[in-house]
Design a protein around this ligand. Sequence first.
Ligand code: PAF
Length: 287
Amino acid sequence: MRIIRSPAAMQRQALAWRRDGVRVGLVPTMGCLHAGHMSLVRRARQAVGPRGVVVVSIYVNPTQFAPHEDFRRYPRDAARDCRACREGGVDVVFRPSDPAMYAGGRARGHSTYVAEERLSRTMEGASRPMHFRGVTTVVAKLFNLVLPELAVFGAKDFQQAAIVRRMTRDLNFPVKVVVVPTVREPDGLALSSRNAYLEPAMRTRARALWQAIAKARAGVRARPAPGAAALKRHLTRFIERQPGARVDYLEFFDPATLEPRRRVRAGTRFALAVFLGRTRLIDNARL
Ligand code: PAF
């Protein structure tokens, strides 16, 4: 396995692969890799085959964090991540530094951004206003540096995957966006690098997210098309019964347009963001 740190070297390698007809699969990550990421790696390998190459990018992207968010304390463990990639059969880890990615440190000297303007308005986009602009910008840069034929994303970030897919279509990137189901702990908690922040008591309370999804599913089974507002109130009360839990948002929405739905039916998507102390977790599921 090779570790490439310079964007220019990454792009040179990608151009050489393209000339040689090598198939390339990209798994963009911010590191702190867990079993969910490794399922993306397996999917990329399955797509490009044993003669293709799988590239994992590890980069905590500063432009998708607001100044008050957890950019500085986001968990980073390059040695552990590289080991996991080696054991997972990854060919190249692309691990650029901030100055290299954004010409001169935290967005200094860099003044071009890619912004999706419709799907980014709700949920994560409403709560974290500049977040998706940072995501689409860095993903566009990664597409240009790695030149993959496919890129694999996790369904836990359902809105992110929809926005990346839209950007790829709108800007004609010749990249297939593949979305892989969420990997969960035995008690239902979605795997996330931010789970590392949870102390034992909060970890136990974090089950409330999956329990809320189960309750939403039960709500849809019990009555035809229940109202979203009443269901949100009920689920907010349920989640906030956990000490230290605060709902950031709950949304019922159309999985294709991401538009909120006033009535909840089978097939509606449900997403939620919940603070457990200072840790903010997200999850979603089809009802
Ligand atoms: O999902 C993530 O880890 C990040 O948002 C991504 C796609 C790697 C962009 O920084």
